[in-house]
Design a protein around this ligand. Sequence first.
Ligand code: HEM
Length: 456
Amino acid sequence: MTSPADASPPSPPETLPLPPGSSGLPLIGETLEYLRSSRAFAERRQRQYGAVFRSHVLGSPAAFLLGPEAVQWIFAGEGKYLKNRWSPGVRRLLGAHCLAMLEGNEHLERRRLLAPHFSYASMRGFVPIIESLSRRHFERWTARPGDFTLWPAMRELAFEIALALIFGQDTVDLPFLMHHFKAWTAGLFSPFPIDLPWTTFGRALASKKAMIGYLEQVVAERQARTEQPPDLLGSLLQRREGEEPLSRAAIVDELQLLLFAGHDTTVTAMSNLMLMLAQHPDVLQRGREAVAGLEGPLTLEGMRATPYLVQLLHEGMRTIPPIGGAFRVTTRDVAFNGYRIPKGWTVPVSIKMAHAGANWPTPDRFDPERFGGENPEQKKPGTFIPFGGGPRICLGQHFAMVEMSVMLILLLKHHAWELVPGQDLEYTQVPFPKPRSGIQLEFRRIDAGERPLAEP
Ligand code: HEM
């Protein structure tokens, strides 16, 4: 029912008060507490001020808006009253021409150009590639008993899959790119982006330079061909009639973004899920039973007919979202829930808080049954957002789900893994949520009767 108050026109933002909260210390505001644990930071203030509060973090006044309605309001505001906010350090490392930096029409156009490669239907062609790469890597993992750390091994696999998506059949220098990506990623999230040769940020810039030099050569070699193969780089190089081709700098920036966005996220999701499965043998067993009937070669249809796979992946990413959040900035004074948020303020999108909030009973429990059947918990918009939302929703979400499903089926069907005792499983949060040990496993095959694939 609409009350008379609901029917009155909304108050203009300038007449409204700022959200409650504090600005903390001069210059640094409340950044240190925020960086220690963004979830503890937000929960403490939510108890004190409610679901809308202000603070000062990462060099800017900020409005924290919590709860499912706020999440939807933020996603709906892209290009209207909000835009993406990146720190100057990230801007320099990502490059100005990639999708994540573009705004408005340019952003829409670039997404349109890339979208065909990321539709669910076009995943059909990737399934055999992902299956063959995953089988080959898992086989290698079994050859390292007693000396196996999951994180770097998963990184190699996911990176190779991302290279196949982007460069198709072309051979690219994987060890070179992986080496430089590691240094580059470390700098991307450095809280002190100081450009000196011995700082994390300085080393990241040097790695960016090396990668750009290499990727420029790859692009130049491709541009010299008369026909482009049907891979992602081919799409970036081909333009429809009457359209300006993308500059080489824009293509290189895009390749770099896709390589980055396309591997560390899946590494985080899969590695943490394997850890949770090792800690929950009953769930692992249920997973093994769910995939028992799936025979290779794997297909999209087989995966679709096995909803428990999605339940496992979703609950893994709900419990530990690979990306804990993102930042937006207000482009004008705007009103939310009776408060004014001035132009230029940061508005964090907290994926972690959306997944941990009151909408999820016992949020810290790993329980894939939440995503089963008609369970109402999963139906509320704004409460499960591992891939973000709105016009900037993850471009690679279908690719990621298919990639992780293939890996998961093969792992559940053919392998067993146990945690090596005594390792440090305390989580570090930056750049991605990762146990300090990197997850040391005893990893082995459980269907010894099957012949391992030969190395290429
Ligand atoms: C488990 C895996 C993944 C997770 C959890 C994830 C999560 C996200 C999130 C939360 C965003 C939105 C950030 C924002 O709102 O600012 C995003 C954006 C993006 N993701 Fe993913 N991602 C994953 C895998 C991938 C893969 C495999 C690719 C590509 C191969 C990819 C490419 C991108 C791109 C290009 C964007 C920027 C979209 C834009 O600005 O329009 N992601 N991702």
